[in-house]
Design a protein around this ligand. Structure first.
Ligand code: AMP
Ligand code: FE
Ligand code: FE
Ligand code: ZN
Length: 281
């Protein structure tokens, strides 16, 4: 079983990299993607925990914004973690998430919600890329909301008046940076329409020109119609097709390996990286 998209406590997941790797091995996963939002901080701990038949495809899920302001997530896998330009891009994104969080908190305070930056800091694990899920956790701790899901369907939704975006590279720039660092780029859940505005199907050709390698088709946030549409796009543009859980521990309903990638598609993706960078024992 191959699951190429998961999160740890270095972003908005609730399992440490060690706990995630143990869980993946126990679940029979053979290749696990570790893809925290805008960060590679969990790589070392995950690598040290590798055992048995489990291999790691280390990566990151890069937050992007199109020129039209559409939020896109780009999975980078198997890139050189020491690549300076890519690490700069990731740290710029993490840096702008802090003033962005302050603005969202100010918006909530102005509407009478009693929430502070300290509350959000207390809900954010050390070293984690801060995001709306941590603000959601702080609102839950304050008994303002029941859980993360309620936050994302209301107060913290992309369409909510409290929502603030943050600096992010375009999907094309993220793809180029991932490829220049030797990795492969797979666009994550591109047609997840229930999250907000999605990409225009015509824009995939430009992503391919930038170096896109694959499309995450099998993901719980995409309906079977959306999956079918993506399969035809992937076939017409000769892109690899992946499926993944987007596991976040207890932070989301997603169960590890609930969607997977075939061995053939994985091998195809792996062959497009510049070096063999899979981590195994
Ligand atoms: P941000 O990057 O700070 O804008 O937060 C977006 C992140 O929130 C996404 O990458 C998801 O991991 C997470 N998210 C979205 N919807 C939900 C949900 N319903 N429950 C928990 N987490 C969610
Ligand atoms: Fe997330
Ligand atoms: Fe995502
Ligand atoms: Zn994700």
């Amino acid at each position: 079983m191959i699951d190429l998209h998961t999160h740890t406590t270095y972003s908005d997941g609730t399992d440490s990299p060690l706990a995630l790797v143990k869980k993946a091995a126990a679940s029979g996963i053979t290749v696990l993607g570790v893809t925290d939002h805008d960060s590679t901080a969990g790589w070392a701990e995950a690598s040290a925990a590798v055992h048995g038949d489990l291999k790691l495809a280390l990566g990151a899920e890069v937050s992007c914004l199109t020129e039209d302001g559409i939020s896109v997530h780009m999975l980078g896998l198997l890139f050189d973690g020491e690549n300076k330009a890519l690490q700069q891009l990731l740290s710029d994104s993490r840096d702008t998430r802090i003033p962005r969080m302050k603005k969202m908190i100010e918006n909530l305070q102005a509407a009478g919600y009693e929430i502070t930056l300290e509350d959000v800091e207390a809900a954010t694990p050390p070293g984690a890329t801060v995001g709306r899920p941590h603000l959601a956790d702080a609102l839950v701790a304050k008994k303002i909301l029941a859980n993360r899901d309620e936050a994302f369907s209301g107060l913290l939704n992309n369409e909510s008046p409290f929502y603030v975006s943050h600096f992010a590279p375009t999907p094309e720039d993220a793809i180029k940076a991932i490829r220049a660092a030797g990795g492969v780029a797979v666009i994550a859940h591109p047609f997840a329409s229930r999250r907000g505005q999605i990409l225009n199907p015509d824009s995939f050709a430009t992503l391919v020109d930038a170096g896109l390698n694959g499309i995450e088709v099998f993901h719980r946030d995409q309906s079977s119609e959306e999956r079918d549409q993506l399969i035809s796009i992937a076939e017409s543009l000769n892109l690899a097709i992946t499926g993944s859980s987007d596991y976040h521990g207890t932070g989301k309903m997603n169960q590890i390996a609930e969607n997977t990638t075939s061995q053939a598609e994985w091998e195809r993706l792996e062959s497009m990286a510049d070096l063999r960078r899979v981590v195994s024992r």
